[in-house]
Design a protein around this ligand. Structure first.
Ligand SMILES: *Cc1c(COP(=O)(O)O)cnc(C)c1O
Length: 388
């Protein structure tokens, strides 16, 4: 974990850390880019004496660079990189035992809901969903056995904002850990540990990687005891990404700040168009002053992100039609990359949440705003709405 590899003064700004933290120049050649370390095993001076690496599932130099860099960006003492966001989530939730209880935000990522309700629940993990924007709903869901309160903010796909400090307080009063999935905001816009979270989860597949070409996940924490347990589980379970995956994610992090600035400004341009369009009944974006979570978002985020959802006045068929008739926006699942994507959550990303507490409205369209020319994005989506 974060120790000797590279002096990493937290005094450096975010952009400098994104490019340098954990990324010492390669000592043999002086290469300024972290090498992709493909070796599965590392030489030992004598049995048990080595330079910090034995076997690549347990520890790998490329993964280590990514871990140290992203931990630094989250302001965390420890970070662990996984083969996917779900692998990170599964590893974290294996710290629980049968009978333990999870409170999950009622607007969680569909895969998180599926992992908890369909994979962990049958082996005795209890769970309930709560509206985390309502302290009474969270309070009512807490049980003596509650070990984890799991939030996303902004949420997927309804862009609901959870007040991190207020939720941390309720979780901690009940003796639970507060876990925040920071995939949508990224550490550039929001650092949950500084608002009371105990663990930050990422699907680095999204903004951290940022180019739709690598699947990965991450856990960050300041709790050394928990970090040691997680490192044990990471090695014991083995859901680590390849060195090439880790390299791509590290490469993506270097431009996270400039990409996020453009994601945010392009999202603002699209929100303005959507607000004015008669076919759109509601625009869901935390940057809008009328958004119920706007004040919380403004206090815990430095900008409002690149994800926007909207509802169509004419209902499901209109939503399906808009999602199918853009040309700059590609109709696809996933989010957070340079190219703009559009989707119908009810049929695509959130199909598995149908008839559950996490069901989403069928007139909803979600867009992941990319970093293309803003005018092209506005014209493309406006054209699709005009054709309804
Ligand atoms: C994609 C996503 C995940 C799951 O991550 P994978 O990398 O796809 O396994 C978890 N949480 C959120 C918010 C996501 O968008």
């Amino acid at each position: 974990m974060a120790d000797d590899v590279f002096a990493d003064p937290q005094a450096w700004g975010f952009e400098t850390r994104a490019i340098r933290a954990g990324q010492a120049h390669e000592p043999t050649s002086g290469a300024v880019v972290t090498p992709i370390s493909l070796a599965t095993t590392f030489v030992q001076e004598e049995p048990g004496v080595h330079r910090g690496y034995e076997y690549s599932r347990t520890g790998n130099p490329t993964r280590r660079a990514l871990q140290d860099c992203l931990a630094s960006l989250e302001g965390a003492g420890h970070g662990l990189a996984f083969a996917s966001g779900m692998a990170a989530e599964d590893t974290l939730l294996r710290t629980l035992s049968p009978g333990d209880h999870i409170v999950l935000g009622n607007d969680a990522y569909g895969g998180t809901y599926r992992l908890i309700s369909a994979v962990l629940a049958p082996s005795g993990i209890e769970w309930s969903a709560a509206d985390l924007t309502d302290p009474d709903s969270l309070g009512a869901a807490m049980r003596p056995e509650t070990k984890v309160v799991w939030a996303e903010t902004p949420t997927n796909p309804l862009l609901t904002v959870v007040d991190l400090a207020a939720t941390a307080e309720v979780a901690h009063a009940g003796g639970a850990r507060f876990v925040v999935d920071n995939t949508f905001a990224t550490p550039y816009l929001q650092q949950p540990l500084s608002h009371g979270a105990d663990v930050v989860v990422h699907s680095t597949t999204k903004y951290c990687g940022g180019h739709s070409d690598v699947v990965g996940g991450f856990l960050a924490t300041d709790d050394t005891e928990l970090a040691e347990r997680l490192a044990y589980l990471q090695n014991a379970i083995g859901a680590v990404g390849s060195p090439f995956d880790n390299y791509l994610t590290l490469r993506g992090l270097k431009t996270l700040a400039v990409r996020m600035d453009r994601h945010c400004s392009n999202a603002r341009a699209l929100v303005e168009m959507l607000k004015a369009h008669p076919a759109v009944s509601t625009v869901l974006y935390p940057g809008l002053p009328e958004h119920p979570g706007h004040a919380a978002a403004a206090s815990q985020m430095s900008d409002f992100g690149g994800m926007v959802s909207f509802r169509l006045a004419a209902g499901r068929d209109a939503a399906m039609s808009v999602a199918s008739s853009t040309s700059v926006f590609s109709l696809a699942e996933s989010l957070g990359a340079v190219e703009s994507l559009i989707e119908h959550p009810g049929v695509m990303t959130h199909a598995s949440a149908a008839d559950s507490p996490l069901e989403v409205p069928d007139d909803l369209v979600r867009i992941s705003v990319g970093i293309e020319t803003a005018d092209d994005l506005v014209a493309d989506l406006e054209g699709a709405l005009d054709r309804l």
